[in-house]
Design a protein around this ligand. Structure first.
Ligand SMILES: Nc1ncnc2c1ncn2[C@@H]1O[C@H](COP(=O)(O)OP(=O)(O)O)[C@@H](O)[C@H]1O
Ligand SMILES: [Mg+2]
Length: 296
């Protein structure tokens, strides 16, 4: 299908231009998803850049991002398509007043069909297929997954009143999961799969340089190292990249050029999300040589 990238290295390069930094594994997974025209399921802890992967890919391809945010209770009428009942009712009233005859075929026709993200992605016409992001699929009820099987397998959906719609060119489909529950085997079978790890120190530092350009290099290095250390603790909510970016932004806004105990304590709300984690992270701070305290 879309041979828009020559190889995984080009994926890496083009995403880098969008300030999204991937390792080889993620670049290969994206490359094969594009080349084989198959949906890609990205799993990983919150904040490792799953959502941003889809956004950056759409920007790199200069194509629309169509986003379906999943949540408990998400239904077909929000994800696939919906009949516009109000317009149907109006049409019925109008027809009555004119003594016209309205058939079911009139009422369940294109004019009353409302596209939701999946139908929109199927019918999108453009030089490049859109990127469809089905975000946090693990938040939807597990019955919802079954609604996706036809689409994931055949890039089509069937509307009983109208027939089957098949994409002329398969949309680029990225599903993400924070792994808050296990997904159906039937869903996994229809997708390529990639687990995104928390970035290694070098890449984490580079992500920080791009995201917080004002931050000092020493601060970035110390913060990266400290987050690495903190992530090895047994925390309720280990800080992800999003938290790390917030933290370094906060420290940088305070004018910090390295980790100083006082500043770290003032900015802990960005990386410690429970009282226990706050204690654990403060404890780790006291063991770090370079976190010079005002009291020492
Ligand atoms: N590889 C990366 N390159 C650049 N920024 C990243 C990367 N990974 C994560 N980030 C940044 O971290 C934050 C969280 O990423 P996000 O995509 O929301 O994570 P997830 O969807 O996995 O929870 C975003 O601000 C994103 O820009
Ligand atoms: Mg996300």
């Amino acid at each position: 299908m879309s041979h828009v990238f020559a190889d995984a290295a080009e994926v890496q390069r083009r995403l880098d231009e969008m300030d999204y930094l991937v390792d080889e594994g993620t670049a290969s997974a994206l490359f094969f998803a594009l080349t084989l025209g198959q949906p890609l399921l990205l799993e990983g802890e919150p904040g490792v850049g799953k959502t941003t992967a889809a956004k950056a890919l759409a920007r790199a391809l200069v194509t629309p991002l169509i986003r379906l945010q999943c949540y408990e209770g998400l239904t077909a009428s929000e994800a696939l398509y919906e009949w516009n009942y109000q317009r149907q009712l109006l049409a019925i009233r109008l027809a009555e007043s004119r003594r016209d005859n309205l058939t079911d075929a009139d009422l369940f026709s294109e004019a009353f069909l409302q596209e939701r993200p999946i139908l929109r992605a199927i019918r999108h016409s453009g030089p490049v297929p859109p990127v469809l992001l089905i975000d946090e699929i693990d938040r939807a009820d597990d019955e919802f997954e079954a609604l996706l099987f036809e689409f994931l397998g055949e890039a089509s959906i069937t509307i009983p009143e109208l027939g089957t719609f098949t994409a002329k060119r398969r949309p680029i489909v990225i599903l993400t999961s924070n792994r808050s529950r296990d997904l159906h085997d039937a869903l996994r079978r229809r997708c390529l799969y990639h687990w995104i790890d928390f970035p290694a120190a070098e890449r984490a530092a580079e992500i920080l340089r791009r995201s917080v350009p004002a931050a000092n290099e020493t601060l970035i290095r110390s913060a990266t190292e400290f987050v690495g250390r903190v992530r090895r603790l047994d925390l309720d909510k280990a800080p992800g990249m999003a938290e790390t970016i917030d933290w370094v932004s906060a420290l940088s806004a305070l004018g910090a050029t390295d980790l100083v105990r006082e500043d770290v304590v003032r900015t802990l709300s960005t990386i410690a999300k429970t009282p226990d984690d706050r204690d654990a992270i403060t404890g780790a701070l006291d063991q770090v040589g370079h976190a010079r305290g005002a009291t020492t």
